[in-house]
Write a protein of this length. Structure first.
Length: 309
């Protein structure tokens, strides 16, 4: 996510350079339309004070997945929120533009365009262009819409992060491992978040994934992470699914499945943990590891995975 961090810094630096340009304030409704990063974050109980060796394996995997997605979605929203708190550079009808801006040594410059639509929603595009290529055009790196009409803290929207475009705009600061795109859909009232990932692996083979998260009223959660790609062997694609459910007190259960591709049968593993995130039960159907504990210790008594494709 380094490109977004550098863009935030460039935006902050640029605000001190635009005093001689006619400035206008953006409407308050626009500032409220984009949710705060913590409003679309995945609320998984933490256990940072415990060593990894004491933790349930699938709790650790769940925490790593949620942190990855929180970081990605969060930086986009931090970036947009940072920019729109400052006066608008130009206004053209219902379109408000911040920038273009860049620091003197930055290899790219960026601008944010936000358009107020007739139905009360907003569209926004963060675009960049390379300063190292003469005549380079602006290219959209983040493209989103926001609907604040349901009310404060109840809005919904979506945005897409194009990592390939980000690397074309700024190959120096971009993460070389980031490929493809991530589409994010959120609904604050429903406490729901979806992500769709389209990427490639190190040898150029397609990797597709999707993620769904629902938060319960009492602070628990339910996430399903599904990835399709070549896990080894022939070029046939396997499907990996992880579903984790947890209560507000930290007790939880994860069920994982590897199926399709080169596998003759599906491999399924289940693990439960207590409020200290320590394993209380484990089992699998392929003798990968011995069964431990009792399913009676699980906060959720049965495996409940979505159907395999």
């Amino acid at each position: 996510m380094s490109i977004f961090k550098n863009t935030v810094l460039a935006a902050l630096c640029a605000t001190s350079l635009v005093a001689c340009i006619k400035q206008e304030e953006a409407p308050d409704e626009l500032k409220r339309a984009i949710p705060q990063a913590d409003q679309v974050s995945i609320k998984l109980p933490g256990g940072a004070e415990r060593t990894i060796g004491q933790l349930a394996d699938w709790y650790v995997a769940t925490r790593q997945v949620t942190r990855t997605f929180n970081t990605g979605a969060g930086w986009v929203l931090v970036l947009i929120h940072t920019i729109i708190q400052y006066p608008v550079t130009t206004v053209n009808g219902d379109t408000y533009t911040w920038g273009p801006w860049s620091d003197a040594l930055d290899p790219a410059e960026y601008k944010l365009d936000v358009t107020a639509l007739a139905d009360g929603t907003y569209s926004y595009q963060l675009s960049g262009r390379s300063k190292t290529q003469a005549g380079a055009a602006f290219e959209v790196v983040i493209d989103g819409t926001a609907d604040p009409r349901p009310g404060e803290l109840k809005g919904n929207g979506e945005f897409l992060i194009d990592f390939d475009a980000g690397k074309r705009v700024n190959p120096i600061d971009s993460d070389p491992e980031a490929r493809g795109s991530v589409a994010v859909n959120y609904d604050l009232a429903a406490r729901h978040l979806d992500l769709q990932i389209m990427s490639t692996n190190a040898v150029g083979e397609p990797v597709m994934g999707d993620y769904a998260y629902n938060q319960t009223l009492d602070g628990g959660g339910d996430m399903v992470f599904n990835v399709e790609g070549d896990a080894g062997g022939t070029s046939a694609q396997e499907q990996i699914t992880l579903r984790s459910r947890w209560q507000s007190n930290g007790h939880g259960r994860a069920d994982a499945r590897l199926t399709g591709g080169d596998l003759a049968t599906s491999a399924i593993a289940s693990e439960c943990w207590d409020g200290g995130f320590k394993r209380t039960f484990y089992t699998d159907n392929v003798s990968f590891a011995p069964t431990e504990g009792a399913v009676a210790n699980c906060a959720f008594g049965t495996a409940d995975l979505p159907p395999a494709n």
